[in-house]
Ligand binder design. Structure first.
Ligand code: ADP
Ligand code: MG
Ligand code: MG
Length: 890
């Protein structure tokens, strides 16, 4: 097995083996771009190392061979005292994990070779600066020394000189610092900083391997649902130096603006600097455009390369580059992360440029991104006090209480508070807090800072580089430009689309994308540089491609109307329980439950009938011409009765006053009688319909009469009756008999011919397993995946999400809650079975899903794959479901 690939051997499609960074370094090398030579150690080697605790047997030799040829090519040997070859040891997994893994620069420097580097470069200060960086980075990431120890020592020297700029450090200062750093290493690890260059390299390689299993990396993978067993590759790359003087520097760039998608020059540049300096925010960077004045030749070459990369990858790319004494070097590229708005705009721009077709454009946007674009934003509020204007790093409008550390962010958010995490700059240790926060605000760093990159990845609102803020983490407060002090717990509002920061709570307004769906904004309107137009075009294409119909879960005319505007093709779930609430209705429901003879019961039912009918007339009117699936009463009866404690108190008080209320007493008895240990598994759904005579009959009558009324008025009502919680076909047959009797009666009395389908929910394992039998009595199935998930797993959703789900997520038992994304292997295979068995019995069986999964992107793909006819979800999720159904069909 081959474990090492030279940059000339790989290509961009080998990400599994070489990691994203290695595969793209190889791709750039083969495109003829100026990449410093090097080689990549595969993820396979990492896997062996992590499984067995040591390198694969052949690895050492293979590395030696590649190092030899690298040394020949460069004409110097690793760490050679008079003219050292230096390398970086860089992690690089298949998926980019910003800041999660460790990279060490300047490997090969030692007490001996630092002099050689000084002599060769003619720059002693540079050589010692590089050595200082090596000991610091190596100490921290390879040897595990607390990074702050080095930073404090560095700060100490700067303070003693009365400077904040690392460029003011002299060669002598740096020499002294190296000694200090080496002493720190010895003190903290009980070993000398290794002087042997190959030992440095091997230790760094092992550290990169290990970092795959670091806490931060694991947390990030869980968040991003990246599998744990991929391993990371390691790139050995010959060093080029941006810290050689004013004619050198380092930078990051995007081929278009990653936050809006606008075409142009975007990036940051820092002269006389190395590697991480740009993103670490140690000095203020220059906008990339200003590089043109500093070094026109490198700038022009960079622009040409960026253009070439974009055409080659046919997408937005981000890059890292370094200029060494006027010579440009490419150090990294990848298809860049972007905001949701940029994703839509760029996809459509590339279509217009003829680089991709609409299918591919559709593949490049996600339902999750569309959902983000539907977030509300801040109203232009003149009264809001703007206290800072930072960089718009990740869009959205976030309001919350200020916190200054991850721990507090997590603690407060667990107790239901919305928080904004405020830091000078973030680092991977802040990840927990960033996840917990509504938004992130930093006073340092640009669009490529850690905070910005991670927030964009998570879809979190972020404003970074708000420099007028003085953040004091220790005293838990920040000071604004005009001297106001904002303490922990104070409310702030941050706008990730503009970078503005306000004190207090600013009201929010709907997003233009929502206005577009609502029909209050014309698709041609020029909002945010064609954002709405881009959404419009991709939605239209998704509708062309998708096979799944999309319906809405809606119980009233208002939701139904909205659902139609958002593109719903009917109602997949109309819950009737809401129609039993409200003062008057509740009273009749109480009568129904308390009735101990036919007459009382019939009286209650006939009081409810016209109320139900009225609701349906309205609903059928809004959904005229489209199917409306009405679910008959589902929840346990106790939900319609007064709370047991309240009622007991009321009865006890009345008794104490010697004024007992007869009705309350009967109610209390009923509440006790209907009390269940496990109401979700008790008397509900079809079971209610079978034990309360006339209940379902009344509901069906209301539906049929409403439909007849609409028909007589010239409408086109299309109701379907759905029976919940069926476990066996016998239940359904009994209900079916009653329904048919009622429908025949209504047809006779109204003289209107009605075609109302009767179907069932599949939400119990037994129903799924016996779907073949159930289909004999059902004309359609609708999978109730919420209850099906509860009953398949044996979870009570209301209880477990708060109690042990976080532990399960942390332990990696779930990548994501099975209530959010369908559990394909368990719940999903029951769905699959029921689809096949049901259709075997009844080939024209209609199949849909009405659980919350109907609006979840990943689940929509699953429902497409198993061949359902439609998904049904809440009105706001309809655009997401349409888009994903289109993507699923590609
Ligand atoms: P990350 O994945 O965190 O970006 P990288 O491996 O890309 O880590 O390296 C960190 C920084 O060091 C980057 O700014 C990169 O450009 C720089 N760097 C890496 N290798 C070299 C090299 N051989 N010469 C100069 N700079 C390098
Ligand atoms: Mg990088
Ligand atoms: Mg249910």
């Amino acid at each position: 097995q081959k474990f090492v690939y030279s940059f000339t051997e790989g290509n961009k499609d080998l990400k599994d083996l070489l990691g994203g960074k290695g595969a793209n370094l190889a791709e750039m090398t083969n495109l003829g771009l100026p990449v410093p030579p090097g080689f990549t150690i595969t993820t396979e080697a990492c896997k062996v190392f992590l499984e067995t605790g040591s390198e694969p047997a052949s690895l050492h030799k293979e590395i030696s061979e590649h190092l030899d040829s690298l040394e020949q090519q460069m004409g110097k040997r690793l760490g050679q005292p008079d003219n050292p070859l230096l390398v970086s040891v860089r992690s690089g997994a298949k998926f980019s994990m910003p800041g999660m893994m460790d990279t060490v620069l300047n490997i090969g420097l030692s007490d001996a070779s630092v002099a050689g580097l000084a002599a060769q470069s003619g720059n002693e200060r540079f050589a010692w600066d590089s050595y200082r960086r090596l000991v610091q980075m190596f100490g921290k990431t390879v040897l595990g020394v607390e990074g702050e120890l080095f930073e404090e020592a560095l700060e100490g020297v700067k303070q003693a000189k009365g400077s904040t700029n690392d460029l003011d450090l002299t060669t002598e200062d740096l020499k002294a610092l190296v000694e200090t750093f080496k002493a720190i290493v010895l003190r903290e690890t009980d070993r000398e900083f290794p002087q042997d260059p190959r030992e440095q390299m091997d230790l760094a390689i092992h550290a990169v391997f290990h970092s795959w299993n670091g806490d931060r990396a694991r947390l990030y993978r869980r968040q991003e649902r990246i599998p744990n067993d991929l391993g990371t590759a390691v790139n050995i790359c010959s060093m080029v130096f941006g810290n050689l003087g004013e004619d050198s520097g380092t930078g990051v760039a995007f081929t278009r603006d990653p936050s809006t998608g606008a075409v142009g020059v975007y990036g940051d540049y820092l002269s006389n600097a190395q590697g991480e300096d740009v993103v670490a925010g140690i000095r203020n960077t220059l906008p990339l455009a200003e590089l043109e004045q500093l070094d026109k030749k490198s700038y022009d070459e960079l622009m040409a390369i960026m253009h070439k990369l974009e055409l080659h990858y046919r997408d937005l790319c981000d890059i890292e580059f370094t200029i060494e004494r006027g010579k440009l070097w490419m150090l990294q590229t990848r298809v860049g992360k972007r905001t949701a708005a940029a994703a839509f705009r760029i996809a459509v721009q590339l279509v217009d440029q003829g680089l991709i077709d609409l299918d591919e454009a559709l593949q490049r946007v996600t339902g999750g991104q569309l959902a983000q674009l539907m977030f509300p934003r801040f109203a232009a509020d003149e009264t809001a006090k703007r206290v800072a204007w930072g960089i718009a790093a990740s869009p959205g409008a976030a309001v919350g209480k200020v916190v200054f550390d991850s721990y507090t962010a997590v603690k407060w958010s667990r107790s239901g508070e919305k928080v904004i995490l405020v830091r000078r700059e973030t680092n991977p240790d802040d990840l927990d807090g960033m996840i917990a926060a509504e938004g992130i605000l930093t006073s340092r760093g640009g669009k490529t800072s850690h905070a910005a990159v991670v927030a964009r990845g998570m879809g979190k609102t972020c404003v970074c580089g708000a420099e007028e803020l003085e953040v004091d983490t220790k005293r838990r407060r920040f000071t604004t430009g005009d001297g106001q002090v904002v303490e922990e717990g104070d409310l702030v509002s941050i706008d990730g689309s503009t970078g503005k920061v306000y004190l207090g709570e600013v009201p929010v307004v709907p997003s233009p994308v929502v206005e577009y769906f609502e029909g209050t904004l014309h698709a041609g309107a020029d909002v945010q540089g064609g954002l709405v137009q881009s959404v419009h075009r991709l939605m239209a294409h998704a509708d062309v491609r998708r096979r799944l119909a999309v319906r809405a879960n809606a119980d009233n005319a208002e939701d139904a109307n909205r659902a139609r505007r958002y593109g719903a093709q009917g109602i997949g779930l109309c819950r009737t329980e809401h129609m039993f609430l409200g003062e008057e209705r509740r009273r009749e429901v109480e009568h129904l439950i308390l009735a101990d003879n036919d007459k009382d019961r019939e009286q209650a039912l006939s009081a409810l009938l016209p109320l139900q009918k009225g609701d349906f007339v309205e609903l059928f009117q809004s959904m005229d011409g489209l199917p409306v699936t009405v679910r008959l009463l589902d929840p346990p009866l106790h939900e319609f009765l007064p709370d047991i404690t309240e009622l007991s108190v009321r009865v006890a008080l009345a008794e104490a006053r010697k004024d007992p209320n007869e009705n309350d007493l009967r109610l209390l008895q009923a509440v006790h009688r209907l009390h269940e240990q496990n109401p979700m598994l008790g008397l509900r759904g079809v079971r209610l319909g079978l034990v309360i005579p006339g209940l379902f009959g009344m509901q069906v009558r209301a539906i049929a009469e409403a439909a007849a009324e609409r028909k007589l008025a010239g409408g086109d009502p299309r109701p379907e009756v759905m029976i919940p919680l069926v476990g066996t076909v016998q239940e359904l047959e009994l209900v079916r008999d009653e329904c048919e009797r009622v429908l025949a009666e209504v047809a006779k009395s109204t003289g209107v011919k009605l075609d109302i389908k009767l179907g069932t929910m599949i939400e119990l394992p037994r129903a799924a397993v016996t779907a073949g039998q159930i289909a004999e009595a059902a004309e359609f199935f609708s999978f109730g995946t919420n209850d099906l998930t509860q009953t398949v797993w044996g979870f009570s959703r209301d209880d477990v999400e708060a109690s042990f789900f976080t532990a399960y997520l942390e332990k990696g038992i779930f990548g994501v809650s099975p209530f959010e994304t369908i559990d394909r292997d368990g719940v999903g295979s029951l769905v699959k079975h029921a689809v096949v068995a049901g259709r075997a019995t009844r080939p024209d069986l209609k199949l849909g899903v009405c659980g919350e999964h109907g609006g979840d992107p990943e689940s929509v793909h699953f429902f497409h794959e198993v061949g359902l006819d439609y998904v049904s979800c809440s009105p706001f999720r309809i655009p997401v479901a349409r888009l994903e159904a289109g993507r699923a069909a590609l």
